[in-house]
Design a protein around this ligand. Structure first.
Ligand code: AMP
Length: 421
């Protein structure tokens, strides 16, 4: 998870995205209006937040099921339209959906999210996809995934198409599975990505969304694809890809597992030009992408990718006797401060069992300090892999360890930033 976060942050920074953290819960209307009342996410999966005093009332708040609606709420509330446009934001954090937990589907999961708000241009769609691609490439899973892309037109195009779709199904409703019959009434577009075979068979002779797109949408789509080709990005056009949410217009895309497809999508996104206005802001075009961290990590595991282990223990300090214990607390603190991963003084165990512990913690070196060593002003330094030890002056312990580990391997993340200097 840490490595994914780093890759996201790194690629986001290179492309000028700034980090945003919105609250874990919002006024439920933000999600209902933004995502759409007749989507699975809002209809079935929203976790409501109640206070103890008001537990009988309809709750005002809900845990966020995704990040986009909150980020747009924040864009409006904090006057981000005053900033140079587009505003590029990225976010990483937990999201919540009440669903039956299963592999790849959890009630609390994590998303990484990129948003470009305030400008509409096909080059931004292509650039967003490029940033996501760089992240997936960094994580060594790009070759396992396939980019699916579609253009679902403007809201007006879709209204016309939905009418045609409803007309088509008149008299055929009874051939649809129950869930899809319901969807036909509430959110007919969802039929397109229905997993039901009967629905898919009927859809073969139904009108296609593509036929209802206006010229501008077609041109927009062609330009996005042309830019993607220019960037060397492979894609598959997928006319059934609609994404479940109400706020999408024009470009929609998803990254699918090359074998299991939509079921295991690692992430998806698209253009959502009407959303900010729906939430009470000025008309503001935008596009975004959300990736699932757990599914990304799963792909990395499948690909045999091993992120570097940054938690390796460098030094275990073993001690015996009250004086040695007191002295080694200072030594441990000094080593840690220099960037050496150090543990020790964990309890009252014998030297022998402390050595065993050092082995179990996989420490590279052990420093041993007993009563005798304290008196003599020395300490025993043991190389765990070589199984060899030697006595050195106590004062030389820190520089000697640093020499052995190597200056470049010290963990000095915060020290390197020189805060306040
Ligand atoms: P969505 O916008 O619903 O397509 O979600 C974007 C991505 O978040 C998906 O492609 C998944 O990778 C991830 N995701 C969505 N819901 C869940 C969940 N319940 N558990 C784990 N990951 C999820």
């Amino acid at each position: 998870m840490t490595y994914i976060k780093k890759a996201v942050r790194h690629r986001a920074r290179q492309a000028g995205y700034k980090r945003i953290d919105t609250p874990m819960f919002e006024n439920r209307a933000i999600f209902e209006r933004g995502i759409g009342e007749h989507t699975d996410i809002v209809e079935k999966e929203l976790f409501m937040v109640n206070s103890k005093q008001k537990s009988d009332e309809k709750s005002e708040f809900a845990l966020r099921p995704e990040l986009t609606a909150s980020i747009c709420r924040s864009y409006i509330e904090h006057g981000m339209q005053q900033l140079p446009q587009p505003v590029e934001l990225y976010a990483i954090g937990p999201c919540f959906r009440h669903d039956r937990p299963q592999k790849g589907r959890y009630r609390q999961f994590h998303q990484y999210d990129f948003e470009i708000i305030g400008l509409r241009d096909p080059s931004l769609d292509a650039q967003l996809i490029h940033v996501v691609r760089m992240v997936l490439d960094d994580l060594k899973i790009l070759s396992r995934l396939r980019l699916q892309i579609n253009n679902i037109g403007t809201a007006e195009n879709r209204v016309a198409y939905i009418e045609a779709l409803k007309d088509f199904f008149v008299g055929k409703e009874r051939n649809l599975p129950e869930l899809d019959q319901k969807r036909l009434g509430t959110n007919p577009l969802r039929l397109l990505d229905s997993k039901e075979e009967d629905t898919q068979i009927l859809l073969k002779s139904a009108p296609k969304l593509d036929q209802f797109l206006d010229d501008e949408s077609r041109e927009y789509h062609a330009t996005v694809l042309d830019y993607l080709e220019g960037l060397g990005i492979k894609y598959e056009e997928n006319e059934t890809l609609v994404r479940g949410l109400d706020y999408y217009t024009q470009t929609v895309f998803e990254y699918w597992d090359e074998n299991t497809g939509a079921q295991n999508a690692i992430g998806g996104g698209g253009r959502y030009d009407p959303l900010i206005e729906m939430l009470g802001g000025k008309e503001t075009p935008a596009i975004g992408f959300a990736g699932g961290m757990e599914r990304t990590a799963w792909q990395m595991k499948q690909a045999g990718v091993m992120p570097p282990d940054k938690d390796q223990m460098d030094v275990f300090v073993a001690q015996l006797g009250p004086e040695a214990k007191r002295t080694c607390l200072d030594l441990i603190a000094k080593l840690r401060n220099k960037g050496v991963h150090t543990i020790g003084a964990l309890g009252e165990a014998s030297l022998k069992s402390q050595m065993r512990l050092a082995d179990k913690f996989n420490a590279k070196y052990t420093l041993l300090l007993g009563q005798v060593e304290v008196k003599e002003g020395v300490i025993i330094l043991r190389d765990m892999a070589a199984g060899k030890q030697r006595k050195i002056p106590y004062d030389k312990a820190v520089p000697e360890i640093i020499k052995l580990i190597g200056q470049k391997n010290l963990d000095t993340y915060t020290i390197k930033d020189h805060l306040g200097e």
